[in-house]
Design a protein around this ligand. Structure first.
Ligand SMILES: [Zn+2]
Length: 398
């Protein structure tokens, strides 16, 4: 380490995050995951139980280092790199991670970056995770567009549901869209055993179809979070959208319900909810129990305050309307369950308007049979396309 860096480290530490366990018991650090890109990195700490986190930001210039102490915490036997003192990353903005047992019961973890601008931190539960989003610039892409467009306020487009969002007022455009085919690899999602249909297969097919419609009829850049049957964590999916400076994020899913006659299409955006059904859908997609969703209320409150709620709701409304419209044009008994809010992990931390669409129910015999056909999927992909395009047009810039 260069001497100047060391001096900086001692005098102006960027961020001191004190992590204390709730009770006296020792917490295990299972893993440190990172998704590093040129100007954005997401770091995820997997811990054995919840911790109360206190944080301090100290002033300074040329910030490159993020470090925190985990009190009463030890490496889990599951953590493969526990014996290493230093992990060289050299990927994107993240240079290396250093691990040190500061004292017998406490762990210090240091992240060295090229540069740290803005950062965010939030928690996910079941299992407990601490997620850091570190941006190289002081402001991220989406906020930057807003900040640089303050002289264009006069062209306020049509008011939607009695609310103008800042994005809408400034008429910001869309160039890049990230489409997320839900699940994949070891995570099949929901399935219909008798029809041998897996959610992960349908979502990938729908995403591919959607991309090809966009490629054929528009000039938007479409990026899929996965191109094949591959496992990607929920945290990584949004990280991909953030790293690509995507303007929109749409996660595609297939629903299931204990009652076999439940059917229809519903679209979600990230927010708190007390609705029992919405909570159960989110629990299912988050791979946690419904009880855990209720317990994470205070955590989610912190998460959603930064979400692009108003735009996400409008995007969801357009998607819901057009998927239903497309299917209704050719099929009977198409039911719209509406636009709803719920705490979906995959939408957490997205820096752009984001929606999650449950395209139909695999647990319903007729919808499963339809989902198996190429034509039904074609109509869903068309509906998603028209929904997204209508949203973009409503911004008045494209
Ligand atoms: Zn799903």
């Amino acid at each position: 380490m260069k001497k100047t860096f060391l001096l900086f480290f001692l005098i102006f530490p960027l961020l001191f995050t004190l992590v204390e366990p709730k009770s006296g018991r020792s917490v295990q650090l299972h893993n440190i995951r990172f998704y590093a890109y040129p100007d954005y990195t997401r770091v995820v700490l997997d811990l054995s139980s919840s911790m109360k986190v206190q944080e301090k930001i100290l002033p300074g210039q040329n910030l490159t280092r993020l470090y925190f102490d985990l009190l009463n915490c030890d490496f889990s036997r599951l953590y493969p790199e526990a014996n290493k003192k230093e992990i060289l990353i050299k990927s994107g903005n993240l240079k290396k991670i250093r691990l040190g047992e500061r004292s017998k019961k406490n762990l210090r973890i240091v992240f060295d970056f090229d540069k740290i601008g803005k950062y965010d931190k939030f928690y996910l539960t079941s299992p407990f995770r601490v997620v850091f989003d570190i941006f190289q610039d002081d402001i991220n892409h989406f906020d930057k567009s807003v900040a640089s467009s303050t002289d264009r306020v006069e062209s306020v487009p049509e008011q939607i549901d009695g609310q103008y969002s800042i994005v809408r007022q400034l008429g910001l455009g869309v160039k890049r869209i990230v489409i997320d085919p839900g699940h994949g690899g070891k995570d099949p999602g929901t399935f219909n055993r008798s029809m041998k249909l897996y959610e992960k297969t349908i979502t990938l097919d729908l995403a591919r179809r959607l991309k090809s419609v966009f490629d054929k009829h528009s000039s938007y850049e479409i990026i899929l979070t996965r191109e094949r049957d591959q496992y990607i964590s929920l945290e990584e999916r949004t990280a991909i959208a953030n790293s690509k400076k995507s303007d929109l994020f749409v996660s595609i899913h297939v629903n299931s319900a204990p009652r076999k006659n439940t059917r229809g299409i519903e679209t979600f955006y990230l927010n708190l909810t007390t609705d029992s059904w919405s909570m159960s859908v989110a629990a299912q997609e988050n791979a946690i129990s419904k009880k855990s969703i209720g317990e994470m209320k205070s955590i989610v409150e912190q998460i959603v305050k930064n979400a692009k709620r108003s735009e996400s709701r409008i995007l969801s409304q357009f998607i819901q309307k057009h998927v239903v419209k497309q299917l209704k044009s050719k099929y009977s008994k198409i039911s719209s369950l509406g636009v709803k809010k719920a705490p979906f992990y995959v939408l957490v931390g997205a820096r752009m308007p984001a929606s999650l669409v449950e395209t139909s129910f695999l647990s319903n015999a007729q919808e499963a049979k339809r989902l198996k056909t190429s034509y039904y999927r074609y109509l869903i992909a068309n509906g998603l396309y028209y929904g997204i395009i209508s949203y973009i047009k409503s911004l008045g810039k494209n």
